[in-house]
Design a protein around this ligand. Structure first.
Ligand code: CA
Length: 232
């Protein structure tokens, strides 16, 4: 069970690949690496990632081809392209082909980290589950702000709908309070918000129970965050 978000690093230069991997692991991301386009394609078909760092110039299949192909296949994972200086034309193409951002080499790791965080923060959970989705026994209408259980309908606040959307799009993965706060409140956490998040979760649980759900639908994982577990 993971607490950190997972990043796939696709980079053929071993030094850069290892450096990125160490740096991101140090910052609590789970890192998987791929050294060429083919390996990246295979890895993405086998696993789920929160973000992909994709080098533009890669052996076997280029970053550009990969990005286009993934988007054509409907892959929603945010992608940050790594481009080399002087690839200005490719940079523009990079955005056209469905990348979320680009970073020009040589880049500072701190700069890259802030771009990664920004992209993750603005990634809408609705990208994976949509505006109408199921969670436990419920159907959630995130636009109409309704929690539906059979013929019973309960009103949701925007934040409650967003929290449910976030859990529904991350089944069996621990969502940390920081991540929840960043995604739902749209700001990074200062520390004091821990209680705010806990209070909102407590209220959400009460509401789910009143609407006929299990109070364990959203579990608390001590010291790590919250978990929506899906069996089977
Ligand atoms: Ca390269």
């Amino acid at each position: 069970m993971k607490a950190g978000q997972s990043i796939l690093v696709v980079e053929d230069e071993p030094k850069i690949r290892d450096g990125l991997s160490d740096f991101l692991e140090f910052h609590d991301f789970y890192v998987t690496t791929a050294e060429d386009g083919l390996a990246a394609e295979r890895t993405v078909s086998e696993g789920r990632f929160d973000l992909i760092l994709l080098d533009l110039m890669l052996p076997k299949i280029s970053g550009e081809q990969l990005c286009r192909k993934w988007r054509q296949q409907g892959l929603k994972t945010p992608i940050i392209m790594l481009t080399a200086k002087g690839q200005e034309k490719e940079k523009i193409a990079g955005l056209d082909m469905g990348a979320d951002d680009y970073v020009t080499k040589p880049f500072s790791l701190e700069e890259l980290l802030s771009r990664i965080r920004a992209v993750l923060r603005r990634t809408d959970p609705a990208r994976s589950v949509g505006q109408r989705f199921t969670i436990g026994p419920f159907t959630v209408d995130a636009e109409g702000l309704k929690l539906i259980n059979g013929n019973q309908q309960t009103e949701l606040s925007t934040r409650q709908a967003q929290m449910l959307q976030l859990f529904a799009s991350n089944p069996n993965r621990i969502v940390s309070r920081e991540e929840l706060y960043e995604k739902v409140w749209g700001e990074s956490m200062d520390g004091i918000e821990t209680r705010t998040v806990d209070m909102h979760i407590a209220r959400l649980r009460d509401l789910l129970v009143t609407a006929g759900g299990d109070k364990e639908l959203i579990e608390t994982v001590r010291g790590a965050g919250y978990l929506y577990k899906v069996k089977g």
